[in-house]
Design a binder for this molecule. Structure first.
Ligand code: SF4
Length: 159
């Protein structure tokens, strides 16, 4: 029998199915930068990002995308930090789409202008995921350490 690695009694763990084999990665989560305009207290990114060395260049990221695609990855998430601070984001999206990835932007929405949305759409972006810390604006701002755009003052359509 394969070990489940759990502390369950044998009578229980014997009935569990064996752990599936770990396959190749299907999703590449590209943390493009540590930079972020928010200051969430639970953030796991280093705050001294200026000391963390240079971020990967556009060409280096495209090389990573190509290698991940060759390994079988099908979906690419652009994350951070805040990925919108990368000036080459539309170029990275376009390259990822050329390689055949399903592309997903994971963002706080800060800095997301209509122009950028249009540029990303032209580049072939498939999906935007906007994160909120809370549905209540005050709690949201308290958690994020910054004022985020609310529906009241944004141009985003109401659902
Ligand atoms: S939005 Fe994300 S990256 Fe930015 S401070 Fe909050 S947890 Fe960290």
């Amino acid at each position: 029998m394969l070990s489940t690695g759990s502390n369950l009694p044998d009578s229980v763990s014997d009935k569990l199915p064996p752990k599936p084999e770990i396959g190749l990665p299907l999703w590449l989560l590209a943390e493009l930068t540590y930079r972020c305009p928010l200051q969430c207290p639970y953030c796991s990114n280093p705050l001294d990002f200026a000391e963390q060395g240079k971020e990967l260049s556009t060409e280096q990221w495209i090389k990573v995308f190509r290698e991940a695609r060759e390994m079988g990855a099908a979906q690419l998430g652009f994350s951070g930090g805040e990925p919108l601070v990368r000036q080459d984001l539309a170029e990275l999206i376009a390259e990822a789409r050329k390689l055949g990835f399903y592309t997903n932007l994971i963002t706080s929405g800060i800095g997301l202008t209509e122009q950028k949305i249009s540029d990303f759409k032209k580049a072939g972006l498939d999906h935007i995921q906007i994160s909120f810390q809370a549905s209540d604006e005050q709690v949201n701002n308290l958690l994020a350490g910054s004022k985020k755009p609310s529906r009241k003052n944004s141009k985003w359509p109401a659902r």
